[in-house]
Design a protein around this ligand. Structure first.
Ligand code: UDP
Length: 544
């Protein structure tokens, strides 16, 4: 992985000519700055001014051409966090003629993806905000392949997990601070700017208290495809497929511990109790003691993952299907309000089970009022405010990121009350599907039912019949489906309610509640295995 950008690979003279002649060219996707990704030819970056530059020439173009709306508030989000005002992207404009008076540009020959990492020191942020969005942005644009160059513009150093970012492409990622090593003016031959937000599932509480995103667009399948790709690059083989009887029996649970703060104070006792309860071997890991590939290997074979609430729990995306995630919360912290890992485990098709446990006993908690504020200290606050926090039994809903009551409570250490934890666990683990047999459920949806028809007849002045029939969806003949059902909605024209029916066959005659000389609107759709809904066929107008 070479740091230098081989200028030999491009014809410098030709590139310079192209830049002078054509200037910069931009075409973007997305209606709003929050869903926009832009592709550029010859986007430049001035390392002295720390600004991107768009060179106008007779043949440059800029779509969308927003005029000054480009600054309201920005052209696009440079990180995957929605509309964060420290993460905006824009560029300065210059006529291409100005190049004559500027330092000689250095051209970057690689196809480049330019973005901001959001918080590269926190593992949850690394996966959720950066690695997954980068991975799928690269899959969205096929020239962002293994040879693509990543450029991180947020201005941080490598951070604790830089090796993970390195797995995304064969080229060494560049940091903002390194760009100056290449010269005063860098021009990216072909680049994409911005990240897909399609894979993110959580919002951190900048404008409303934290919680799952309103419209989650990712399923367990995409998370697992990403996880497999990463594991392949880390040379970790999973134990799927044919395994020996010995391996099959060798079930274990993992305790992912934090060794600096938010400690489990009776970890040994907890582990003994879990070994006893589940008759499984215990493995402990922590970010301080094992390297990350080792941790991934361990987690990818685990039946249960137990951990205090915290970023390390994002590693549950490497758990095998059917595994259980056990998240522990310190005293006065309501698990329902902090659900990044619950949301992850509950994504459709993630096939993980999730249990939250909360310390309800204040005496089992050790707090650190004297620590610095960012580790939950409260000594800097008024006496009154301190007292309020000390006597509160639950942190009220709050915004990110500096709420002192939240930080005080979340950085407590905890003595886990073993009986109450086991009770919470027994309810879940009893019903656990056999780990090794947990197969992904089918996600193939039915097509529309075909040739829907209705026939009507009037029996008497107050008696009528409505027969609805249809053909199976076209894709059904190629599928093995456990259960095929049909749903029919009948609405009397002009009414605003309808009657829904679930039916096993391809026709049915309705006579109850059917009136003579009345028009009914009828919708039909197919359902596989109770929850895979197909689309409705075109509405039928049926006149009795
Ligand atoms: N961390 C850790 N052990 C500790 C404390 C923190 O491994 O004892 C890791 C944690 O998993 C995260 C990073 O350090 O990746 C920052 O932790 P912080 O408490 O700031 O964030 P949180 O885990 O609450 O998201």
């Amino acid at each position: 992985q070479s740091q230098e950008l081989s200028q030999a690979r491009i014809d410098y003279h030709a590139a310079l000519l192209a830049l002078q002649e054509h200037g910069t060219r931009m075409v973007c996707t997305g209606k709003m700055h929050t869903d926009r990704i832009c592709r550029f030819d010859y986007l430049c970056y001035c390392t002295e001014a720390e600004e991107f530059v768009f060179f106008h020439s007779n043949s440059s173009f800029m779509l969308p051409n927003l005029g000054p709306r480009r600054f309201q508030p920005a052209l696009l989000d440079l990180s995957s966090v929605e509309d964060h005002n420290t993460q905006y992207f824009n560029f300065l404009e210059l006529p291409a003629a100005a190049l004559k008076f500027m330092p000689k540009p250095v051209f970057v020959p690689d196809v480049t993806l330019i973005l901001n990492r959001f918080n590269p020191d926190n593992l949850m942020h690394v996966f959720h905000d950066d690695l997954l969005p980068i991975f799928y942005t690269m899959r969205q644009y096929s020239d962002l392949d293994d040879e693509a160059r990543l450029v991180f513009m947020e201005g941080w150093g490598e951070g604790a997990h830089f090796d993970l970012y390195r797995l995304l492409s064969n080229k060494q990622p560049l940091l903002k601070e390194q760009l100056r090593n290449f010269g005063k003016l860098m021009c990216f031959t072909k680049s994409y700017v911005g990240l897909s937000k399609m894979t993110t599932w959580y919002q951190y509480g900048f404008v409303q208290p934290q919680g799952p995103k309103a419209n989650i667009l990712v399923s367990g399948n995409e998370i697992r495809q990403f996880a497999s790709s990463l594991m392949e690059k880390l040379n970790i083989t999973t134990r799927g497929g044919e395994e020996s009887a010995a391996e099959e029996k060798d079930e274990y649970f993992v305790v992912f511990s934090r060794s600096i703060n938010r400690l489990i104070l009776n970890e040994a006792e907890l582990i003994l109790a879990l070994v006893q309860e589940f008759q499984m071997r215990a493995v402990t890991v922590s970010l301080e003691e094992q390297n990350f590939p080792r941790i991934v290997k361990v987690i990818s074979g685990a039946s249960i993952l137990v951990s205090m609430h915290g970023a390390q729990l994002v590693s549950s995306l490497f758990l095998p299907r059917g595994a259980v995630v056990v998240e522990l919360f310190p005293y006065a912290v309501n698990p329902e309000q902090y659900t990044p890992y619950k949301t992850l485990a509950s994504l459709p098709g993630m096939d993980l089970q999730y249990v939250a446990w909360r310390n309800m006993v204040e005496e089992n908690s050790v707090a650190y009022p004297e620590r610095p504020w960012e580790q939950g200290g409260i000594a800097h606050l008024d006496k009154e405010e301190q007292d309020h926090i000390l006597t509160s039994k639950e942190v009220p809903r709050h915004l990110c990121c500096r709420n002192p009551e939240w930080l005080y409570r979340i950085y407590q250490d905890t003595i886990v009350d073993i009986p109450s934890l086991l009770e919470a666990l027994r309810a879940i683990v009893k019903t656990r599907p056999n780990l090794k047999k947990a197969k992904p459920a089918s996600t193939v949806h039915p097509g529309r039912v075909r040739e829907p028809q209705c026939q009507t007849s009037v029996q008497a002045t107050n008696e009528a019949k409505l027969t609805v029939s249809w053909q199976i969806p076209w894709n059904l003949k190629y599928l093995k489906v456990r259960e095929v059902k049909y749903e029919v909605w009948i609405q009397e024209q002009g009414e605003n309610t309808y009657m829904p029916y679930i039916l096993p066959h391809q026709n049915y005659t309705f006579s109850e509640n059917i009136k003579p000389f009345t028009t009914y609107l009828v919708w039909v759709r197919c359902i596989f295995n109770k929850n895979l809904l197909g689309p409705f066929a075109d509405v039928l107008m049926c006149r009795t």
